[in-house]
Design a protein around this ligand. Structure first.
Ligand code: ATP
Length: 473
């Protein structure tokens, strides 16, 4: 079923997945805090990515670079000059929009109305504008000639389109004359590029090899909306794969498929995932594709896979004056490796998992809300329920609980009707509920209730940990 974003937002707050940041002060736009369930889910997903990238490849290693970097890094990377979004203001409502998104939405509306030819025409002009010398003017001309109206005021009374740099600037240093401007990193990738030789030498790697990291990134997004889809502080899971020039397309195709498979392996319905080639490839890139998910608002990016040539290493070589070349012992050549990068948003991945796992069902005339997470990603793996708070049942339940705690995040609950306890766990996405009843006291068995099928089976109490281990494998 398709779920609305509002439903997900309210479930996230109600159950402690995700809260608005600084809520008691009225919140801070586009920043969010992960609660008890959300932080477990995020950790599990990040861990699965880490294992898939580093542990499963003998030539991919990890890195955990600092958020603050030397300011010249961002000149070399091109972010100081070119990391901006085109913005336009509605003169009536004073609300700011991203000019490119206004046009994209306009094209989508035309397609919805089956005006394909017109949509194709606007799309062609849009691609031409994005690739032109004067992007703001190109976008402005389309907005004016198409008479695109402000979604807010319904009027087409626009300012010019201006470029707006997305990097957050801050200062370091004890006094105003010795302060230097630094940036909060807008992507994690540059920490990898500047450590290319450090990592290669210390991990004794030969090209091809990859460096992976998970970390925070910051962007002063113009229009922050759609919950954790577009945040000002978010987390990225990025990997840079260094290859011999000429072999990049083979690596690109392979990583493209591996990354799609990883998302499917998170339990995402493959029909809700697609590749989308970029309208505009950066001048230095020779291929770029997005993995998109069918979010409540439509198809949107969760991960980008980019073949970036030797652009980044060449720029760092130029700006730092340090050689970034690699001597290839196989071919006796010296060259700047080419890079294929995979760049996923952890928060967007979480939102995708929440949307895809959400189900509403009717059971015996009552609504049941279930988050059908892949069991190994679920924030709580198992819940322990003594049927009643007496007759030795809590003791048995506690003893299973402490055994499971050695490996899993578990939850003990002895309050209220068991049916209600099941429902609460369904909504948290807990795959297994273990109930201890009168029979357990007599014969040492318990019931395991499965979240998705609601089927129950009896197993020996001392086998619960093994049983769960088998189910998660
Ligand atoms: P978009 O076009 O949606 O702004 P992007 O193309 O700028 O995204 P990249 O620079 O390729 O994104 O970043 C890689 C990934 O980081 C994205 O696929 C996305 O999952 C995530 N990401 C980027 N910006 C944000 C954000 N503001 N909030 C949450 N995740 C983000």
């Amino acid at each position: 079923m398709s779920v609305s974003l509002d439903t997900i937002v309210s479930l996230c707050k109600r159950r402690g997945f995700i809260f608005q940041s600084s809520e008691i002060y009225g919140g801070l736009a586009a920043t969010y805090d992960y609660g008890p369930l959300g932080s477990e889910l995020k950790r599990n997903v990040g861990q699965r990515w880490w294992s898939a990238m580093t542990r499963s490849h003998d030539n991919v290693v990890g890195l955990d670079a600092a958020i603050l970097m030397h300011p010249t890094v961002w000149k070399a990377s091109g972010h100081v000059d070119a990391f901006h979004d085109p913005m336009i203001d509605d003169k009536v409502s004073k609300i700011r929009y991203r000019a490119d998104q206004l046009i994209e939405n306009h094209i989508a509306r035309l397609r919805k109305k089956k005006r394909e030819e017109r949509a194709d025409g606007v799309y062609e002009r849009f691609v031409a504008a994005l690739n032109s010398e004067d992007v703001p003017k190109g976008l402005y001309d389309i907005i004016i000639s198409e008479e695109i109206k402000s979604p807010d005021s319904g009027v087409a009374d626009w300012t010019e389109v201006r470029q707006f740099n997305l990097m957050f600037k801050t200062k370091i240093g004890p006094s105003s004359d010795s302060e230097i401007d630094v940036y909060l990193r807008p992507e994690t990738a540059q920490g990898i590029f500047v450590n290319f030789h450090n990592v290669r030498e210390t991990a004794r790697l030969q090209v091809p090899f990859g460096i992976a990291q998970i970390g925070k990134a910051f962007r002063n997004e113009i229009v922050a909306r759609q919950f954790v889809f577009r945040m000002r502080e978010f987390e990225q899971m990025e990997m840079q794969y260094f290859v011999k020039p000429g072999s990049q397309m083979e690596a690109y195709e392979r990583w493209k498929q591996e990354r799609l498979d990883w998302h499917i392996g998170n339990g995402i319905n493959p029909e809700h995932l697609q590749f989308h080639d970029h309208e505009k490839t950066a001048h230095y890139a020779d291929a770029a594709v997005d993995i998109e998910y069918l979010f409540p608002a439509g198809w949107q990016e969760v991960e980008g896979i980019h073949s970036r040539t030797d652009y980044d290493l060449a720029r760092h070589q130029e700006f730092s004056g340090k050689k970034m070349e690699y001597f290839d012992p196989q071919s006796n050549e010296r060259y700047l490796p080419f890079v294929v990068e995979t760049s996923a948003g952890l928060d967007r991945t979480i939102l995708m998992i929440l949307c895809d796992a959400y189900r509403e069902e009717e059971v015996n005339g009552e609504k049941r809300t279930v988050l059908s997470f892949k069991p190994s990603l679920a924030p709580i793996t198992a819940a322990l329920f003594p049927l009643v708070k007496k007759d030795g049942m809590p003791e048995i339940a506690h003893s299973i609980e402490s055994d499971l705690r050695k490996k899993y995040n578990v939850f003990y609950d002895e309050k209220g009707a068991v049916g209600r306890r099941y429902r609460r766990m369904d909504e948290a996405g807990t795959p297994f509920c273990i109930t201890v009843d009168g029979e357990s006291v007599k014969d040492g068995t318990v019931t395991v209730r499965h979240r998705d099928s609601m089927k129950q089976e009896r197993i020996a109490a001392d086998q619960v940990s093994n049983f769960i281990g088998d189910q998660l494998a």
